[in-house]
Design a binder for this molecule. Structure first.
Ligand code: ZN
Length: 58
C-alpha cells in the first residue's frame, strides 16, 4: 500500500514537496484513526521522516 501511495505522489512529500526515496518516507493518516479514518489508499499520504516527526511531535 505504501508503494501505491508513493507512486501516486510520485515520491514527493506532501508537506515540503521535495522528492524522497520510499524508504525515507513514512505513511500518515490524513484522517486520524480515532476520527474514523481507515487505512486505505485514499486516507494515506506519505511524509518524509522529518515532516512526519514534526507533525506527530506535538
Ligand atoms: Zn517533507
Amino acid at each position: 500500500m505504501k508503494q501505491k501511495v508513493y507512486e501516486k505522489q510520485k515520491g514527493v512529500c506532501v508537506k515540503c514537496r521535495k522528492r524522497f526515496a520510499i524508504e525515507e518516507m513514512e505513511a500518515d493518516h490524513i484522517k486520524p484513526w480515532h476520527e474514523g479514518g481507515h487505512t486505505t489508499e485514499d486516507n494515506c499520504q506519505l511524509l518524509c521522516k522529518d515532516d512526519n516527526r514534526r507533525k506527530s511531535g506535538r
